[in-house]
Design a protein around this ligand. Structure first.
Ligand code: TRP
Length: 329
């Protein structure tokens, strides 16, 4: 069975855009692949979280992914810092990662621009750490969004370079994972762009029904159709896209018809969307609350993941050390 590796940034709560994107992808992959999903807490240190925030963020992200359906019996779910082998592999790969190529990566240049007073070496070597995450389990596939494509390219480069350097086809060269079915891209509530792009345009899995209703009722609309079968403006098209994720097809048809006949009342449309979102997120929110207060369960999940991840990582490190030439006396 092919192996998939993916890291999860421990920042922020999951919104519907995350759910119908990354999470759905994970749920599908855990059925068909040998998956390693981890929370990238080493990576998050580049932004200097406080110790309390660090743990809280990791915990919340873990809770929400579990509530959304990641299954520790199917996938290996672990915390990156529980696998210090990754740090060792990073050190070893750093010897063949060139400062010039690291400086030229888009994400590094962007961070230098946006945060010139925190250009730390961890940011520079971020792609090396990410490469280690991936190749330590000899991943065949990595699900990557647009923003991570270059990092995966770097991973392929470092793995290939290692193999050439030691004249040994040791590391698997990972490919981007392409999901056959197109995922729904959930738009934000502010009329344009995707959910999560700006603050306040997202609906979170942990939001209460009251919050959800309030947010949806405030969503941007337009002045309403003035002629039969008018084309949809962007904000209205966005509301219908949101409906395709959470509403029944006949409900969607009903409102489309109302729109086409110029009888639509956006207030009713929004009420419907809000209720359908609430019905969808309610069981997930309840799970979030249950898992968040179950420290024993969380500990069990984390320990199980750590153990499974260790097995694969220690084997890789042992072999890599041997290939490099570290020998016992
Ligand atoms: N860099 C990824 C992000 O920002 C997170 C990540 C860390 C990752 N290591 C990874 C993703 C390994 C895939 C594979 O989203």
């Amino acid at each position: 069975m092919e192996t998939v590796v993916s890291g999860i940034r421990p920042t922020g709560n999951l919104h519907l855009g995350n759910y119908f994107g990354a999470v759905k992808n994970f749920l599908k992959m855990q059925e068909d692949y040998n998956c390693y999903f981890f929370i990238a807490d080493y990576h998050s240190l580049t932004t200097h979280p406080t110790p309390a925030d660090l743990h809280g963020n990791v915990r919340q992200v873990l809770v929400e992914y579990l509530a959304a359906g990641l299954d520790p019996e199917k996938a290996t779910i672990y915390i990156q810092s529980d696998l210090p082998e990754v740090a060792e592999l990073t050190l070893l790969l750093n010897m063949n990662a060139y400062v010039g190529e690291l400086q030229r990566t888009t994400s590094f240049k962007e961070k230098v621009r946006s945060n010139p007073n925190n250009v730390n070496a961890g940011l520079l070597t971020y792609p090396v750490l990410m490469a280690s995450d991936i190749i330590i389990h000899k991943a065949h596939k990595v699900p990557v969004g647009k923003d991570q494509e270059q990092n995966l390219e770097m991973t392929r480069k470092f793995a290939t370079r290692f193999n050439h350097m030691y004249n040994h086809e040791y590391f698997t060269i990972p490919e981007p994972f392409n999901n056959g079915e197109a995922l729904i891209k959930i738009p934000g509530l502010d009329g344009s762009g995707k959910m999560g792009k700006s603050d306040g345009n997202g609906i979170y899995l942990a939001d209460s029904p009251k919050e959800i209703r309030k947010k949806v009722m405030k969503a941007v609309t337009d002045a309403g159709p003035t002629e039969q079968n008018a084309p949809l403006s962007e904000p209205i098209a966005n509301l219908f896209t949101l409906m395709t994720a959470v509403s029944q097809p006949d409900t969607i048809d009903y409102f489309k018809e109302q729109y086409a006949n110029c009888n639509i009342r956006y207030g009713d449309l929004k009420k419907q969307i809000a209720e359908d979102i609430v019905a969808f997120t309610n069981p997930i929110r309840e799970k979030i609350e249950a898992i968040a207060s179950d420290a024993d369960y969380l500990r069990k999940v984390v320990n199980m993941g750590k153990e499974k991840a260790h097995e694969s990582a220690t084997k890789t490190i042992r072999e890599v050390r041997e290939i490099i030439g570290f020998k016992p006396f």
